[in-house]
Every structure is written in C-alpha cells, then in structure tokens.
Design a protein around this ligand. Structure first.
Ligand SMILES: C[S@@+](CC[C@H](N)C(=O)[O-])C[C@H]1O[C@@H](n2cnc3c(N)ncnc32)[C@H](O)[C@@H]1O
Length: 283
C-alpha cells in the first residue's frame, strides 16, 4: 500500500494552516513511521485549526492529537475531538501541569511563538516527558537569524543547539568527562531547513565507555598522519631528539620534551595547517 503523504493531508484539511512548503518532506521523513500507530502527538500553535486536521488525517484514528495555544479561542477545536490546552509555552509551570495531566507523549512539534527562549523552554521542559525514542521538533528555526526575533545573538536557539552538539560529542571516551552536562537523553539531532529534530532515547544517550576491536588483525600501517602537519612535527621532533643524549642537559630536555615540547609542537603545526586548509570552507 502507498504510504500517505503529509502534503496531501495538508491540502485536504478543511481549515486553514500555514506551513512552509519545504517542511512536508521533512515531516514525511520524521513522522511516517508513526502512521496508524497509537501515539500522542502535540502541536504548540493551533491558530485556525487546519494543522490539527492535517495531523489527524496523517497519523490516523489511533493517534491522540493535542493542541496547545495561549489563545483561548483555540478551545473551539475541541468539538472536533482534539484535546486543547491553553497556556504559555515559555511558562515552566504550564508544562508542569500539562505533563501531570497528559503523561508521556511521543512527539512534540513547536509551531508556537518562535522566540529563542520559548524554543529552549519547550525543549528542556519536555525532554523528561517523551516516550523512549520519541521526538521534539522545533520549526521555523529561521527565527535564529531574524531581527524580529532579536537575532543574530549569542543566545539564539541555534547557538544553543551547537552547545547540545558539544554535549553529545563529549560522550566520547576520548574526551574529558568532567563536564556537568552529560546526562541529557538526546541521542540524535537532525537538522533540516528551518527544522531541528531531537530524538529522545535514554538507552542510546549513555556515555561511551571504550573503543573495541573485532576480527583478525593484519597489522597494516595506519597512514592517517602521512603528509600532514603531524608527520612534519614528528620529523622535527626526531631531528631534535639528539638533545636527549647530552649529559645533564639531556635529562632536563627529556622532561621538558615529554611535558611540553612534543604536544606543543603538534598543536602549533596542526593549528597552522588547519588555518591554511580549512579557511575556504568557512566562507
Ligand atoms: C504560526 S501560528 C500556528 C499555526 C498552526 N500550527 C498552523 O499550522 O497554521 C502560531 C500560534 O502559536 C500561538 N502562540 C504564540 N506564542 C505562544 C506561546 N508563547 N504559547 C503558546 N502559544 C503561542 C499563537 O497564538 C498562534 O496561534
């Protein structure tokens, strides 16, 4: 059977909704696996109700569709079987009572006020209320770049997301673990045009413990550093290593060498090379 397309559901909705055309592929990509499943789907931002009908049509009758808006008029849509909650998405207390009332949900889609702190509150206040492997999706991310939303700014939602990327990467066993932000159960951040999707999965968000090997070992030489600045630094280190053999001076050098010179040389060479090779990709 052909899978339903969200754009068809949008076009068939009896009431008005406004969505960017590029979002429909993203919705299909993120949400198609939930079609005909017994899920709870929440959209922040109801307005003229059209998107509620679109979601119901798309996910099917088993889905529980909930709308949140700070406009009391949104209650109008309850008569069509939608659950509507009136509240402010930037209010932590609103989320507390919403969560107590509804319990865990599978997907939250934020199409509300689009201010950075509204997006941040929505993400952080709901992380603990998503069923394992569910999603928090924030849309209209172009607000991170728009004057009307006080951007560009160090405190844009997009800049916050780069911090979250750091948090995910810092789970690596290669990196220092003395950071206090490692416990977030976000296992994946997907970036689409104007949409960020955060997958919440506790199991997949653990700290990675070790590097492991498998199979037969051939012992082939790893050439990852050949022809890079590291190999140049290694050559220089070899050249000056004769200093270690000079009496007295040699042992001082040996200590300094291990502690400072070797690593510093690598860093100086690597940074110089990086600047030269990477600059063009940052344009
Ligand atoms: C862009 S419209 C939503 C449109 C709807 N999802 C659609 O597809 O047409 C934004 C809605 O978010 C609501 N909204 C704005 N700021 C909000 C806030 N802080 N908390 C809750 N709802 C908010 C507005 O009242 C408005 O109905």
């Amino acid at each position: 059977m052909l899978k339903k397309k969200i754009k068809d559901c949008f076009l068939n909705s009896p009431y008005s909704s406004t969505k960017h055309d590029s979002y429909f592929n993203t919705y299909d990509e993120l949400f198609s696996k939930y079609i005909d499943k017994d899920i709870t789907f929440v959209e922040i931002g109801v307005l003229n109700g059209g998107s509620l009908f679109m979601w119901k049509d798309y996910f099917g009758d088993k889905a529980r569709i909930i709308g949140i808006d700070n406009n009391i008029n949104a209650k109008y849509w309850e008569k069509y079987g939608f659950e509507i909650f009136i509240g402010n998405q930037s209010d932590v207390n609103f989320w507390e009572s919403f969560k107590n009332n509804i319990g865990k949900v599978d997907i939250i889609l934020d199409d509300g006020g689009h201010l950075d702190y509204q997006q941040a509150v929505t993400l952080f206040e709901n992380i603990d209320n998503i069923n394992e492997d569910g999603l928090i999706v924030i849309e209209d991310i172009h607000s991170s770049y728009m004057k009307e939303f006080g951007n560009p700014s160090k405190f844009s939602f997009t800049n916050l997301v780069t911090k979250l990327i750091d948090k995910i990467n810092y789970r690596s066993s290669h990196l220092n673990k003395n950071l206090n932000f490692l416990k977030l159960p976000i296992c994946e951040i997907r970036i689409f045009e104007s949409i960020y999707a955060f997958r919440i999965n506790k199991k997949k968000s653990g700290i990675s413990k070790e590097v492991i090997n498998n199979g037969k070992f051939f012992g082939f030489k790893d050439l990852r550093h050949s022809n890079t600045s590291i190999s140049k630094a290694q050559n220089l280190i070899k050249k000056i290593s004769f200093l270690k053999n000079i009496p007295i001076l040699g042992s001082i050098f040996k200590n300094l060498y291990i502690k400072y010179i070797r690593d510093k040389l690598y860093t100086i060479y690597l940074k110089r090379e990086k600047k030269k090779l990477m600059r063009k990709y940052f344009k």
